[in-house]
Design a protein around this ligand. Sequence first.
Ligand code: GDP
Ligand code: MG
Length: 334
Amino acid sequence: MIIPDTISVTELANRMAERTADVVKELMKLGVMATATQAVDGETAELIAQELGHRAQRVSDSDVESGLEGADDDEASLKPRPPVVTVMGHVDHGKTSLLDAIRRTDVAAGESGGITQHIGAYQINTASGNLITFIDTPGHEAFTEMRSRGADITDVVILVVAADDSVMMQTVEAINHAKAAGCPVIVAVNKCDKPEADPKQVRNDLLQHEIITEDFGGDVLCVDVSAITGQGLDKLEEAIMLQAELLELKANPDRAATGVVVEAKVERGRGSVATLLVQRGTLKQGDIFVIGAESGRVRALLDDRGKTLKVAVCEDPPTILATPLPRTGLDCRF
Ligand code: GDP
Ligand code: MG
């Protein structure tokens, strides 16, 4: 069992599958008076674990970041994987709308009765048989950190720029995140259905930020789209697959999973719910996870339409029901 720097008595009992009362009793023997909800330090917790016949391993926050990741995968174990695409851009330029429109083109979308709720990450199976993983980024300024992480976990950034508003503050911010992460950018000029749309202006304004689209002799792919009419979505898919091919993306599916928490919340009736991006390995129901100093068990795995999954492999974004609540933006290991 894993013991973090501090741990509540209840959590300690849970991890050992012992009764809380027994743990409290053991603590008393050591002269520590603690109630179920109080926290004890890792050293004390380790003593208790040994006393009760468990093998304990102390892990601090910093160890979790580096220590549990495991060895690098050797070349032979790597298999092709779908690209992870993060949609970025200024607030209200249509990131979420575009993602929803793309999701509606999924071959399975018709069968399951369409989209019931928005989700921050999902994978689609396109009509031409391509798998693509998409991640939304929240538009609010306060999410700068989350957005910069988005660029880190992604293979391709789709920069959404509204054709009636052109380059704005968060457009520039997104460009900088993508550059910092060394991530190729595809520009999606959205809202091209609007009469006042000026896609040429967008391409022009992007020049200042060293995004030189093909029309200007550069190598940045740029597609005119509309989330409302669906115009250009097929071209956008083509551009993504073209870019992905150049990257030769691979991962090892046959190992314990590691990944990142894209979204986490508590849902009434369901408890802790998180959307994860599995970056390596295969995640299974019942797996134990470690996120930061927290650990827990994956109670259930769901796809983006709420269907139960048995396993999730590399670059799948499954929703998990878990105990306790994973925190957004943290790496997780299973
Ligand atoms: P986000 O903040 O970037 O996620 O933007 P949203 O997807 O929430 O969209 C902001 C607003 O723009 C909403 O009112 C959408 O209906 C509208 N919108 C998004 N895409 C389009 C589009 O292609 N055409 C038009 N006319 N409106 C759009
Ligand atoms: Mg949005």
